[in-house]
Ligand binder design. Structure first.
Ligand code: NOJ
Ligand code: CA
Length: 652
C-alpha cells in the first residue's frame, strides 16, 4: 500500500507525522539545500538541520537539485525476536521516500528515505548506480541534528585509544566540540529525552557527532587512514540515522526502534542459544593466575577440567577459557601481531578439554584475542574457526585490545569502514559454522543482531575489568540510558570477592546480582572464581543460576540518568519475573508497586542491601528475604550508596 507523486520541483516541503501524530518531521528543499526538523507535541526538538553528503572528486550535490518523485507508505507489524530483552517489537511507521535528481548535465540521483515511528525518527541516504559512475568515495556526510545548545548530554569521546571504554561525562550540548560516540543521550530544556544513534551499520564508518561551525551537531563519520570516510560500490545505502524520543528517561530505555530498522534473518538461526558461563578469567585479573604460560598459567588442561566440574556443580552451562593459545608470553600487546589461533600451549590439550566438556554437558567458550592485528587474524580466520568447530565449540569471545587496528598493512580505527567490515566478516563466518560471538572491543551495536542472532553479545563500554578504582557507582546508572540503548553488553557481572587486594570492586554484594537484570547480555558471565560461589555464597549464587538470559518483556519502573535505574523483566520461557535496581553514591529508599504482575501469587526472593551497607566500608552487608507477593502488594527497599537489589518472583 503506497502512494507516489511525480514532480519536478526545486522548492518543496512536507510534514511527515508519526502514526499517533505526536511526532512531526518537517522536510524541506529550498535554495538547493535539503533540511528537516522534528517536533513532539508541537514542541521543537530538532531544529532546522541540513542533510547531504560530499562525494570525493565530484562537485557538491547542491546545484540544481530537484525532487522528482515522492513515495509514501504505511507499515505496521509485530516483530518476534528469537532472544533479547523484549520478545515482541512494534514496527509501526509512516515512510516517505524523496527521490532527487540534478537539473544540470550530471543528472546525479539519490533518495532520502524517512520512517516516522511513535517514538523515533529515522532516515537514510540511498545512492543508486549513477549514469556516469558505479563506485564512489565518500568525503563527508553532512547530516545535522540541530539541538538546543542548553540541552544536557551524557558523552564518551570518540576516536580515542580506549575505543568506547570511557567514563561518561555530563555536559551541555554546547560543549560537544570534539567527536563523541552514539548513542548520544540528551535531555532538552523542555524536558524531553532524545538519543541519537544509528541502525544497520554495514560497510561504512561509524557515525560520531560533533558541533560544526553553525553550532549544530553533525555526523562525524569515523575516517579511513586515507582521509576519506568510505569507498562504496553502488547501489549503496547509509545506515539509518536514528533519533529516539521519549517523555521520560526510563521510557527511552525500552526504545527498540534500532532493531525494527534491521532486516529479519535470511536463514534459520534456531541453533542459537543464549548462554551463562563462568571463566578462567577473573583469577588473572586478581593476579592468582596468568594468561601467559609458567607456574601460574590459568588455561591448563587440569584447571579447565576443574572448572568444567565446577560449572556442572553450579548449574552453569558454559566455560570461557582465556590464555590457551600461544602468544601471551612477554609483551602480549606487542606479540599479538603474530598470535596463533590454532596452536595451544604445551600444558593445554584442546581436544581433551573439549571431549571432557562434552561428556559433562558443558559448552566451551573459545577465545580469540587479536590485539587489533586484524591482518594476522584474517590470515588464520577460516582455520581458527574450524579448530573450534571441530572441537564442538559453539561460542567464541573475541577481543581487539589495541588503540588502533592493523588492517591491509595500515593503522585504522576500529570503528572505520574497514573495521566494520572485519567485524561483519567474523559474524558471518561464525554463522556459517554455527558459532555464536561475544565481541570485546567491538563495533557498537546497531541492531544487526536481529539479522545475525548468533552475535549474542559485545562489550563496547567500560565493564567490571575497570574496577579497582576506575569505575564509579554512577557508571552503571548511566549505562541503561546510553550504551545499553545499542543492545546487550558483556559487563562481566557477579564478582563476589569484592575486597581483594589487587582489584577491589566498589559495589555492594547485592548490586552484583542486580547487574544480571539491569545490564542485559545474551551471553551472561558469572565472572568470579567458582570457589566464591560454591563455598562462600551458595545462597546468593542461586539467583545467578536462575536469572534468565532472554526475556519476554522489559518494564522499566523508575530512574533518572546517572542517579538510579530500576527495571522488571519477565522470563522468555516461564511466568517468573525478575527485578533489579542500582543507585549511584546516594542511598535511596524505593517503593515498589507490583501492579504489572499477572493475576496470581508469586514467591519473592529478595536480595537487598542491609540498612548499614555501603559500597566502600560495608559492601557485604545484605539480607535475603522471602515473601509472598501479588499484584496488590507493595514493598519498600533501601539501596545503599553504590548498592542495589535483585528480586526473583517465582509464579506459584
Ligand atoms: C580485554 C577484554 O575486555 C577482556 O575481557 C579480556 O580478558 C582481555 N582483553 C584479554 O583478552
Ligand atoms: Ca575491554
Amino acid at each position: 500500500m503506497f502512494k507516489w507523486a511525480s514532480l519536478r520541483k526545486t522548492e518543496f516541503d512536507q510534514d511527515l507525522s508519526s502514526p499517533n501524530g505526536r511526532i512531526v518531521c518537517h522536510f524541506r528543499l529550498k535554495n538547493n539545500q535539503i533540511t528537516y526538523n522534528v517536533s513532539r507535541d508541537g514542541h521543537p526538538i530538532v531544529k532546522e538541520s541540513k542533510l547531504g553528503f560530499k562525494i570525493y572528486g565530484e562537485t557538491p550535490l547542491e546545484d540544481d537539485l530537484k525532487i522528482i518523485r515522492v513515495r509514501q507508505q504505511k507499515h505496521n507489524e509485530t516483530i518476534e525476536m528469537q532472544w533479547g530483552e523484549d520478545r515482541f517489537i512494534n514496527n509501526n511507521y509512516r515512510e516517505t521516500a524523496f527521490y532527487f535528481s540534478e537539473a544540470n548535465n550530471k543528472q546525479r540521483i539519490f533518495t532520502i528515505r524517512f520512517r516516522i515511528f511513535d517514538n523515533a525518527v529515522a532516515f537514510r541516504y540511498e545512492i543508486p548506480p549513477q549514469p556516469s559512475f558505479r563506485r564512489i568515495s565518500i568525503e563527508d556526510e553532512m547530516t545535522e541534528f540541530n539541538l538546543d545548545l542548553n540541552s544536557t548530554a551524557w558523552k564518551i569521546p570518540a576516536l580515542q585509544p580506549d575505543r568506547y571504554e570511557y567514563n561518561y561525562e555530563k555536559c551541555s550540548v554546547y560543549d560537544l566540540s570534539y567527536s563523541v560516540h552514539t548513542p548520544l543521550t540528551i535531555r532538552t530544556p523542555n524536558g524531553y529525552y532524545v538519543s541519537i544513534h544509528e541502525a544497520a551499520l554495514y560497510d561504512y564508518g561509524s557515525m560520531n557527532l560533533k558541533l560544526n561551525s553553525r553550532h549544530a551537531l553533525k555526523s562525524d563519520i569515523t575516517p579511513l587512514s586515507d582521509g576519506t570516510k568510505a569507498h562504496v560500490d553502488l547501489p549503496f545505502q547509509t545506515p539509518w540515522r536514528l533519533v529516539m524520543l521519549s517523555d521520560s528517561a526510563i521510557e527511552l530505555t525500552t526504545n527498540r526502534t534500532m532493531f525494527a530498522l534491521n532486516d529479519p534473518p535470511t536463514s534459520d538461526f534456531l541453533w542459537v542459544k543464549t548462554l551463562k558461563f563462568i571463566g578462567i578469567w577473573w583469577a588473572m585479573y586478581v593476579g592468582e593466575w596468568t594468561w601467559a604460560t609458567g607456574e601460574k598459567h590459568g588455561a591448563t588442561t587440569k584447571h579447565a577440567k576443574e572448572y568444567i566440574d565446577a560449572a556442572v556443580r553450579l548449574g552453569i552451562s558454559g566455560l570461557l577459557i582465556e590464555g590457551w593459545n600461544e602468544g601471551w608470553e612477554g609483551d602480549w600487546l606487542e606479540n599479538g601481531r603474530n598470535n596463533s589461533f590454532s596452536s595451544s600451549t604445551s600444558d593445554f590439550d584442546l581436544k581433551a578439554v573439549a571431549d571432557y566438556a562434552k561428556s559433562r554437558g558443558v559448552e566451551l567458550v573459545g577465545h580469540h584475542e587479536t590485539v587489533g592485528f586484524v591482518d594476522n587474524y584474517e590470515k588464520q580466520l577460516e582455520e581458527a574457526y574450524n579448530v573450534y568447530a571441530a572441537a564442538g565449540v559453539h561460542y567464541i569471545k573475541t577481543g581487539y585490545a589495541n588503540s588502533m587496528m592493523y588492517i591491509n598493512g595500515r593503522k585504522e580505527y576500529h570503528h572505520s569502514q574497514v573495521g566494520v567490515r572485519h567485524y561483519q566478516k567474523t559474524v558471518q563466518l561464525a554463522a556459517r559454522k554455527n558459532i555464536c560471538l561475544d565481541i570485546h572491543e567491538p563495533i557498537k551495536g546497531t541492531g544487526i543482531e536481529r539479522t545475525w542472532p548468533n552475535l549474542l553479545s559485545r562489550e563496547g563500554a567500560r565493564g567490571q575489568e575497570y574496577e579497582g578504582g576506575s569505575l564509579s557507582p554512577t557508571h552503571a546508572c548511566i549505562l541503561p540510558y546510553t550504551r545499553l540503548l545499542s543492545g546487550g553488553m558483556d559487563y562481566t557481572s557477579g564478582i563476589f570477592d569484592l575486597q581483594n587486594n589487587v582489584k577491589p570492586v566498589y559495589t555492594t554484594l547485592a548490586r552484583q546480582l542486580a547487574y544480571y537484570v539491569v545490564i542485559y547480555s545474551g551471553m551472561q558471565m558469572a565472572a568470579d572464581r567458582p570457589i566464591f560461589y560454591e563455598s562462600k555464597y551458595p545462597k546468593l549464587f542461586e539467583f545467578i543460576r536462575e536469572v534468565p538470559t532472554s526475556f519476554e518483556k522489559t518494564l522499566p519502573l523508575a530512574g533518572e540518568i546517572g542517579e538510579y535505574y530500576i527495571v522488571a523483566r519477565k522470563d522468555y520461557d516461564s511466568d517468573n519475573w525478575y527485578i533489579g535496581g542500582v543507585t549511584d553514591v546516594e542511598p535511596r529508599r524505593i517503593h515498589l508497586d507490583f501492579s504489572f504482575l499477572d493475576q496470581g501469587e508469586y514467591l519473592a526472593k529478595i536480595y537487598a542491601d542491609s540498612e548499614d551497607a555501603h559500597y566502600k566500608n560495608n559492601p557485604f552487608g545484605m539480607e535475603v528475604l522471602e515473601q509472598r507477593i501479588n499484584r496488590t502488594s507493595s514493598l519498600v527497599l533501601r539501596m545503599a550508596p553504590g548498592g542495589g537489589f535483585a528480586i526473583q518472583l517465582q509464579r506459584l
